[in-house]
Design a protein around this ligand. Structure first.
Ligand code: SAH
Length: 347
């Protein structure tokens, strides 16, 4: 193929392209090409999901973590992090409030905190499902054994988010200490899929050392995995991590990738992330206009929100859940889409 317009139309038609053509799309687009990419992404997304935007209520229930990822503000070596854990009662209370605000998916996210044993996680999952059987429960608590994933699934968990962060082994090594490997990350994603979860992978854009070739590798890996959800957002440095002086990822990079992913995965659940809203005042709205169809407002109690600091400048840390819900609805409707009360399962 000789030009990007052709590549975009071909990608829309076939859902994939040779690596060299994906690379061209990842690298640079003119304003006209961007417009074509986003319009195509919206067309594909609306053919599957219409104008609906699904809500996920995020409960950040612990910022203790045994891992030491170089990019992350709650890494174990960060002595400045003010650590907290929510109690079971607090977590169920957050879920309950979320339910009353119209959330039908509750996401439990946290650091890899050994305090929350499999038994405790199972109790949380089954507790939420008992109170609200019409809610989906999503876990985002990192790398576990297959047996643990099976136990959470048997307790009622529906979905699991585990970004692979980068599928290139050398790049993975630049972002993580040696005890973490891309092989184990991929093993986890395979296990989760086989067990029957709706599975989410994903990457950050603009992490130190990331190249266009890495992003192409990620696109091809994700095509092969066939995830139900893909979480992507810009890398944003955190002042108390080894990456404090690195450049953040950009709005353009992230929007391009959202558009490309929508064309490659017409049915995928694709959030416009908080990190995207952090690097630009209307980043999440622009994400929706580039093909995203999910937003994840925060349900964590206001008192701990500013402690789940993965990166600097995170938005909405001072708001109450009800405020976030209202604000999100207004933002989405302003760009012509509609927040719906629904589990928002993979179509
Ligand atoms: N412990 C869980 C949850 C991690 S936090 C797990 O391992 O899956 C969720 C996501 O936030 C991470 O997967 C990572 O992609 C993103 N994240 C972490 N630090 C970040 C930073 N500095 N900038 C942007 N995103 C970040």
């Amino acid at each position: 193929m000789t030009n990007n317009r052709e590549r975009i139309l071909q990608l829309k038609k076939d859902g994939t392209l040779p690596a060299a053509d994906l690379r061209a799309l990842v690298c640079e687009l003119t304003a006209d090409e961007e417009e074509l990419l986003y319009a195509s992404a919206r067309e594909v997304r609306e053919a599957v999901y219409g104008k609906a935007v699904y809500l996920r209520g995020l409960i950040e229930f612990t910022n203790w973590c045994r891992n030491d990822c170089y990019y992350c503000g709650i890494r174990r070596s960060n002595r400045c992090a003010d650590r907290y854990r929510l109690t079971e009662e607090q977590i169920l209370d957050c879920a309950d409030r979320g339910y009353r605000l119209g959330f039908r998916t509750i996401v439990l996210q946290g650091g890899e905190d050994p305090f929350f044993t499999d038994g405790k996680i199972c109790r949380l999952v089954s507790g939420i499902k008992e109170l609200h059987p019409d809610c989906a429960v999503t876990l985002s608590i990192g790398e576990k054994s297959r047996e643990s994933y099976q136990a959470y699934f048997d307790a009622g968990a529906d979905r699991y988010l585990l970004r692979h962060e980068t599928s290139n082994p050398a790049h993975y090594r630049m972002l993580h200490p040696v005890e973490l490997t891309i092989e184990n990350r991929k093993r986890c994603l395979r296990d989760l899929k086989e067990i029957g979860y709706q599975v989410g992978c994903g990457i950050m854009l603009g992490t130190p050392g990331q190249t266009a070739d890495h992003i192409v590798e990620d696109l091809l890996y994700m095509k092969e995995l066939g995830p139900h959800m893909i979480g992507i957002g810009p890398f944003i440095p955190h002042k108390d991590t080894p990456f404090r002086d690195e450049e953040p990822g950009t709005l353009e990079q992230t929007l391009h990738l959202l558009g490309i992913l929508r064309l490659m995965h017409p049915h995928v659940l694709l959030p416009a992330t908080t990190a995207l809203g952090t690097i630009h005042p209307t980043g999440r709205e622009l994400g929706i206009l580039a093909g995203a169809n999910v937003v994840m407002p925060n349900l964590s109690p206001a008192g701990v929100r500013d402690k789940y600091m993965l990166y600097d400048g995170k938005i909405c840390t001072g708001d109450e859940a009800a405020e976030c819900r209202r604000c999100m609805e207004a933002r989405i409707s302003r760009v012509g889409y509609e927040v719906v009360v629904s589990r928002g399962d993979y179509a």
